[in-house]
Design a protein around this ligand. Structure first.
Ligand code: PLP
Length: 374
């Protein structure tokens, strides 16, 4: 659908519209076309642009610039951690929460998934039990914020338990960056992944953050880029856009509070109109921008189509799995019945969401959901 005036975009967890300043930074970067590995002036300009963005990202996360390894996005950063960190640290197995993103779960066997409670938070006792049953060191993967429900995880506490058992911890912070404060040191993890397009940059850039002294064996070799931790000519424009997005996010101090107020008001309205609606993760600490709601009786696909016809974009479960009719693994792990999970939609707000956007969504969606619930 063309993005005309009636379009309402409420799918920020799939990707964010680029933040102000990003398009200009992209255009300027495209005019500076040097290869950052070239030693002439064109190359040096491109190198300087990358290092500027690296400093901005490092500053936002409270790490040294040398901790940042730029990648093509969150998926690659997760793969690099789960393969490269595990390999070089001699981790024999990977343990992950049952609600991780598929880019993490694809590296984890069924028996190594840690259950979550009905709130969507990891069961720390189960994590400790799994770790205690292993003789060899493991790598634990735990996301900071879930992409479908927004539930925040007790990462520092999980890391404390992991350390007790000699395990390393990787944190997927892709959905958290820009929506809550993310301080790498406070999380006490060994590595962390972030992605530019979820934070208002462009698609195709992300980063793996490594704690000082942690070596990784590169997954992609054949060049000395990123201190030989990730070979290949850098996506200069994507990295520059990442930096510009973070600069805008830093300046928008009240943004997350404003977004959360909009989300909370929307959820209050939903609960008033539809007392049977289930809002997943409502009893846990959650991102302030995310609402995952199910009203039994109408499939998520039908709701998405109906909303799309009215120019409103939301998604069912994670964007990566839309198109599939199987219910979300996240909602099932939280104890939802398959029928309930198949009825869930995810409404995710962001920096450009307005009161009018929410009003329009409710105006179109509430009558449909009420009819299904009747
Ligand atoms: N991790 C989480 C929690 C995500 O939500 C996503 C994307 O939806 C990814 C990783 C993958 O990030 P990217 O799209 O940058 O590959």
């Amino acid at each position: 659908m063309s993005q005309d005036k009636v379009s309402v975009y409420l799918d920020y967890n799939a990707t964010s519209p680029v933040r102000p300043g990003v398009a200009d930074a992209v255009a300027a970067s495209l005019r500076e076309y040097g290869n950052p590995s070239s030693t002439h002036a064109f190359g040096r300009n491109a190198r300087a642009a990358i290092e500027d963005a690296r400093e901005t990202l490092a500053d936002a996360l409270g790490v040294a610039p040398s901790a940042v390894v730029f990648t093509s996005g969150g998926t690659e950063a997760n793969a690099l951690a789960l393969r490269g960190v595990a390999r070089s640290a001699g981790c024999q197995s990977i343990i992950a929460s049952a609600i991780e993103h598929p880019s993490v779960l694809s590296h984890v066997g069924d028996a190594d998934r840690v259950p979550v409670k009905a709130t969507g938070e990891i069961d720390l006792a189960a994590l400790e039990k799994l770790l205690g049953a292993r003789a060899a060191p493991a790598l634990v993967a735990l996301m900071l914020a879930n992409n479908e429900t927004g539930t925040l995880q007790p990462v520092a506490e999980a890391a404390r338990i992991a350390k007790k058992h000699g395990a390393l911890v990787h944190c997927d912070a892709v959905q958290a960056l820009g929506k809550v404060a993310v301080d790498f040191g406070d999380l006490c993890v060994d590595s962390m992944s972030v992605s530019a397009h979820k934070a208002g940059g462009i698609k195709g850039a992300g980063a793996l953050i490594l704690r000082p002294g942690l070596e990784i064996s590169a997954d992609i070799s054949g060049g000395g880029q990123e201190r030989s931790r990730r070979a290949g000519t850098e996506n200069v424009t994507g990295i520059v856009a990442f930096g510009a997005a973070l600069v805008h996010a830093r300046r928008s101090e009240n943004e997350n509070g404003r977004v959360q107020a909009l989300r909370d008001e929307m959820e209050a309205e939903i609960s008033r109109a539809l007392p049977r609606a289930r809002i997943f993760g409502r009893d846990a600490q959650r991102l302030g921008n995310t609402c995952c709601v199910a009203v039994p009786g109408v499939t998520s696909e039908s709701q998405i189509m109906w909303l799309d016809l009215a120019g409103i974009a939301v998604s069912a479960g994670s964007a990566c799995s839309s198109g599939k009719i199987s219910p979300s693994h996240v909602l099932l792990a939280m104890g939802a019945a398959p029928e309930e999970a198949k009825a869930a939609i995810r409404v995710s707000l962001g920096w450009a969401t307005t009161v009018e956007d929410i009003q329009r969504f409710l105006e179109v969606w509430l009558p449909l959901a009420s009819k299904a619930a009747a």
